[in-house]
Design a protein around this ligand. Structure first.
Ligand code: SF4
Length: 416
C-alpha cells in the first residue's frame, strides 16, 4: 500500500504526514488493519524498540470537582458512584506510589480533581513529590493538578517534579461542546507554562466522544505543534451518571487505527495508551503495544484496570519488555535537546527538543486532570451506534466498566 510505505518513510525521518494521509489511516478497512499496525509498528520500533514504559496513577483527591468536563466522572453534577475523598497525605500518596514502583512503574502520575491548585495545594503536592522521590530513587514524577497559575509550575519543578500533564482532549473547534467552565486556550496556556518552567509536557486526547475523524486529526496535529514529550491516548469510558454515558462509539479496530495515526504524526514521542484500554481494545490490547510504547499499570483514577500482573504477562507474551528505571525513554535526539534546555529529567522538555517532529508552539492544554474517567454503576446495554467514521458499530460494554474500590483513598491494597 503506497500510503503505508510513505508513512513509514516519513515516520523514520520524523517528517510530518499530510492531513490527508492521517485521515486516510483512520479510513482504512478491517482488511487493511494488520498492514496498518505493521507499518506503524516499524516506526514505533525505530524510536522505542520493544520497550514498554509503565506509569502508575495515584489519585490524590477524588471527585467533587466544580468543572463540567462531560467525559469525567468527577465533574460537577456527576452521579457516578465513584470514590470521593480529599487530599491524601504525603505519606499515604508515597505508599500508594511505592506499590506501582514495586510493580515495575518508572513514572508516578499524581492527579487531583479540580479546576486548578491553590498555592497551598501546590505546597502540599510539593511535599508529596519530595516524599516519593526520597523513597524511590530514580523515579519520575508527573503532576496533573489542572490549570496552573503564575509561578506554580516553577514551584513544582523546584520540588522535583519531572513532568506536568494537561490534555488537550479534543479539537479546538469542538472543545466548547465538551466543557464550558474553561477553554481550550486555558489548556494551551497551562501546558506552555509547564514547558517554560522546564517540566516535561505530557498532553493527549480522548477518543470516542462523538468527534469526527477531522477532529481527531486536528487535536493530534495541535499536539504535535505543542510538542509534548508524551501523548496519552484515552478511549472514553462512558460512565453512567455523566453526559457522555451513551457514547459507546469505539471498536478495537477503531482504537488501533487511532493509535497508528498518532504514531505516524508523532513518531518519536512517548505514545501512551491511557484510560479505556481494557474496555475498548479488549483482547486486541497486545496488538496496540506495536503502536504505543507506554501504558498505565493497574488501575485508573476512578475505574479499575486489569490486574497489574496481567499487564506484565501481556507485555511478555506479546514479545515486549518493561522499560527499566535506568533506561532513557525518549530517543537520543530528544533527550539531548532536553538536556541542552536544562531540563533535569530524561522525560521531555520545553521547547528545545525535536518534538513530535516539529517545534511549533501552538498548544493545547490538557484538561484539568486529564483523564477520561468514567463514572460508576453499570448501566443497561444500549443499542449499537455508528461511530464517527460512519462504518463501524460498537456494543455498550458496561460489563467491563468497574468503579475503583481499592488503592488510594481506601483501606484495600492497590492493584499494581
Ligand atoms: S477532568 Fe478534571 S477539571 Fe474536568 S471535571 Fe474532571 S476532575 Fe474536574
Amino acid at each position: 500500500m503506497d500510503l503505508l510505505n510513505t508513512l513509514v518513510d516519513k515516520g523514520l525521518r520524523r517528517e510530518l504526514p499530510t492531513r490527508e494521509e492521517a485521515l486516510a489511516v483512520l479510513a482504512t478497512s478491517d482488511d487493511e488493519l494488520l498492514d496498518v499496525v505493521a507499518a506503524a509498528g516499524k516506526v514505533r520500533r525505530q524510536w522505542f524498540g520493544r520497550r514498554v514504559k509503565l506509569n502508575y496513577l495515584v489519585n490524590l483527591k477524588s471527585g467533587l470537582c466544580p468543572e463540567d468536563c462531560s467525559y469525567c466522572s468527577q465533574r460537577l453534577g456527576s452521579t457516578a458512584g465513584i470514590l470521593k475523598y480529599t487530599w491524601l497525605k504525603p505519606d499515604e500518596a508515597s505508599q500508594a506510589a511505592a506499590a506501582g514502583v514495586a510493580g515495575g512503574a518508572k513514572r508516578v502520575c499524581l492527579v487531583a480533581s479540580g479546576r486548578g491548585p491553590t498555592d497551598r495545594d501546590v505546597d502540599r503536592v510539593s511535599r508529596t513529590i519530595e516524599a516519593i522521590k526520597e523513597q524511590n530513587e530514580g523515579i519520575e514524577v508527573c503532576a496533573c493538578l489542572g490549570l496552573l497559575s503564575a509561578g506554580q509550575a516553577d514551584k513544582l519543578r523546584t520540588a522535583g517534579a519531572d513532568a506536568y500533564n494537561h490534555n488537550l482532549n479534543t479539537s479546538e473547534a469542538t472543545y466548547g461542546e465538551i466543557t464550558t467552565t474553561h477553554t481550550y486556550a486555558d489548556r494551551v496556556d497551562t501546558v506552555q507554562q509547564a514547558q517554560a518552567a522546564g517540566l516535561s509536557a505530557c498532553s493527549g486526547l480522548i477518543a470516542g466522544m462523538g468527534e469526527t475523524d477531522e477532529d481527531l486529526v486536528d487535536v493530534v496535529y495541535a499536539l504535535r505543534d505543542l510538542d509534548p514529550d508524551s501523548v496519552p491516548v484515552n478511549f472514553l469510558i462512558p460512565f453512567e451518571g455523566t453526559p457522555l454515558a451513551k457514547e459507546w462509539n469505539l471498536t478495537p479496530q477503531r482504537c488501533l487505527r487511532i493509535l497508528a495515526m498518532v504514531r505516524f504524526v508523532c513518531p518519536d514521542v512517548e505514545v501512551r495508551i491511557a484510560g479505556g484500554r481494557e474496555v475498548h481494545l479488549r483482547s486486541m490490547q497486545p496488538l496496540a503495544l506495536h503502536l504505543a510504547n507506554s501504558i498505565f499499570l493497574g488501575d485508573y483514577l476512578t475505574s479499575e484496570g486489569q490486574a497489574g500482573k496481567t499487564d506484565l504477562e501481556m507485555i511478555a507474551d506479546a514479545g515486549f519488555e518493561v522499560e527499566g528505571a535506568g533506561t532513557v525513554t525518549l530517543p537520543e535526539h530528544r533527550a539531548d535537546a532536553i538536556a541542552a534546555a536544562g531540563c533535569g529529567s530524561h522525560a521531555g522538555g520545553a521547547d528545545g527538543g525535536g518534538g513530535c517532529g516539529s517545534h511549533g508552539d501552538a498548544g493545547g492544554g490538557c484538561g484539568p486532570c486529564g483523564s477520561s474517567e468514567p463514572a460508576g454503576s453499570s448501566a443497561p446495554s444500549q443499542a449499537p451506534k455508528t461511530d464517527a467514521g460512519g462504518d463501524e458499530t460498537s456494543d455498550a460494554r458496561t460489563d467491563l466498566v468497574a468503579v475503583r474500590r481499592r488503592g488510594a483513598g481506601t483501606d484495600l491494597a492497590p492493584n499494581a
